[in-house]
Write a protein that binds this ligand. Structure first.
Ligand code: DC
Length: 219
């Protein structure tokens, strides 16, 4: 039986940084499900699909072949055979991912892919619905969050470090808007699973959070 740790939470809570560190420590594979929704969103943008056109999103998603591979411990996402890792980390793609991930056909397709991966490999998987829908039997579930101000500042630092111009207030507004949509959509909204451990990382370092998760996992 493969082992799994599910980490869910809102945008910018530090899920991917922490999940990557925990996976490395345990020798598990890190699966970033947000990157899959982002690759799907990129395909929608490329095909000029409006975020509100759910019928077109359902139709278009059937033509998007999304696969992932791991190279040197890093997840690489392929969209119809093309490595799109360098194209999916923009605010535009993030907003489209939040909008198109509301769609049931998009979710069904990507959840199947995620469950298939976890069936054969030890994983640390992060997202919004991992503990509730994708891996309800996960060995450990974490709900990782932080205040919207702290999360906006982290996103801002991340983007400016990459040389992208951005505005802190706009980022916080976008984060609040995205959380609201992710938490209130009809299918698989972001929520803490009943058996998930709640961690607020506002005043914790990434090391603290990593240690806490490893401690919880070893119990
Ligand atoms: O974690 P992220 O910012 O890369 O995710 C982008 C969007 O994808 C997010 O706004 C909601 C969606 N998402 C989802 O619906 N379910 C997941 N398991 C992961 C991401």
């Amino acid at each position: 039986m493969s082992k799994s740790i599910a980490i869910d939470g809102p945008a910018g809570a530090g899920k991917s940084t922490i999940a990557r560190m925990v996976a490395k420590e345990l020798g598990f594979i890190y699966v970033d499900t947000g990157a899959m929704y982002r690759a799907m969103a990129l395909y929608m943008i490329k095909n000029n699909v409006e975020p509100s056109d759910s019928e077109k999103i359902s139709k278009t998603c059937t033509d998007a072949d999304i696969t992932i591979r791991h190279e040197n411990g890093e997840q690489v996402v392929f969209l119809n055979g093309e490595n799109v890792n360098g194209l999916i980390r923009t605010e535009e793609v993030g907003q489209m991912a939040s909008a198109s991930s509301v769609n049931g056909d998009v979710r069904k397709k990507l959840v199947e892919l995620q469950q298939k991966l976890a069936a054969t490999t030890d994983v640390v998987m992060d997202g919004r619905d991992i503990g509730t829908v994708v891996l309800p039997g996960a060995d450990l579930k974490i709900y990782l969050t932080a205040s919207s101000g702290v999360r906006a500042k982290r996103r801002y630092d991340e983007l400016t470090a990459k040389g992208q111009e951005c505005d802190l207030d706009v980022i916080e507004k976008d984060i609040i808007e995205r959380d609201d949509r992710d938490m209130h959509r009809e299918i698989s909204p972001l929520r803490q699973a009943d058996d998930a451990v709640y961690l607020d990382s506002s005043d914790m370092t990434v090391e603290d959070v990593k240690e806490r998760i490893l401690q919880l996992f070893s119990r």
